[in-house]
Design a binder for this molecule. Sequence first.
Ligand code: HEM
Length: 392
Amino acid sequence: MPDLAPLDDTITLDQLDRDPFPIYRRLRAEAPVLRVKSVGRTLLTKAADTKYVKDNPDLFSSDDPNTPMKRAFQAHTLMRKDGADHLRERTAMAPAFNPKVIMGEWMPQYNQIAQDYVARLPRGEVVDLFNVLSGAFAARGLAILLGMPEASDEDMMEWSQALIEGAGNFGWRDAPFERSDRANAGINAVLDAARARHLADPNPSAYSVMLNADDPIPDSQIYANIKIAIGGGINEPRDALNTTLYGLLTNPDQCAQVVANGDWDRAFEEGVRWVAPISASSRLVTEDTEIRGHLIPKGDTVMTIQASANRDEDVLENGEVFDVYRDKAPHQSFGNGPHFCQGTHVARRAVGQVMLPILFDRFPNMSIPDTDAVIWRGFGFRGPIQIPVLLE
Ligand code: HEM
């Protein structure tokens, strides 16, 4: 029987929150399978291992009862289900993510939102784009796609943050759950009120397609999975936009080339590779198994660190560097396997094809006057939490 992975009691959650990348680089070289005491999980930092785990749901289940997610969402969402149960719920929402619907319905509306939200930004001033542009744009688009346009941008952003913090409340403290409970109540009220409208007037929004399906999933799951999309559909495009913007504005040569060639898709893809908005995911081990010669026992929780996999020296060179024009840039920022992000195409188009070109068109000489004022945070989710940009 192989040995358990080594146990680390030096890495702190605060270090991971502030700047995990030097730690990941060391772990990839020295201890790619490591039990980290402060996280209470076995961290996997190599690309082959993170992909292997997500591609093998029989061995590595998403249904981990030890996480605070169920408590935060007041429900067992599709993200924490496996097999047929997961597939049924994912399929229920799928028509809203159909490529034709994305192009025909959602992108024209995302385009209008981007135009409006960029137009209201003041010229010649330094503006922190975090909420006023990046968060608000993601919130408005998602409210429309989900079928709850009555919700304000502020409500959507607050609910998303509250659900994420509740889901990450591993200390099981009261305050984050009280905040996520308020978010649940707010979302439930909007969905209750919009129900009759969607039943009377079926449309391609996620709520409507789930309600009007021939064999609908239970109401509890319709609500739960809309909440998952709120939790997963605002912070990530926001962080992807801010990260890509930072990468471009701090690399003027690349930026000039991207603008000249219209290489927005490449820029977006490099942004999410460089700093994965969802940096880590958890899976519950269903039977004793082995990774890189270490015993991974049944009942253990492994954490796939896609933020590290994206910089793995076995896969690409100079992964620590933002380089839109690198030769080969595979990444795992949208996950792998059955839980592969359902919003991938929406996010790619909304941020890469819609927002970035509109923003650069209006402010072609944008700059970041003080890079120290850009503050990065996050272990599970990561991006700048403040990004002051001079809009010119
Ligand atoms: C750049 C933006 C985004 C990134 C990087 C991202 C990343 C991810 C990742 C890594 C997962 C898998 C988590 C796991 O395996 O445990 C995921 C799942 C998911 N994402 Fe995204 N996401 C983004 C945008 C969106 C958007 C805009 C939406 C909704 C419109 C969305 C909806 C979902 C849903 C519903 C799931 C759960 C899928 C399932 O469990 O079957 N995401 N996302």
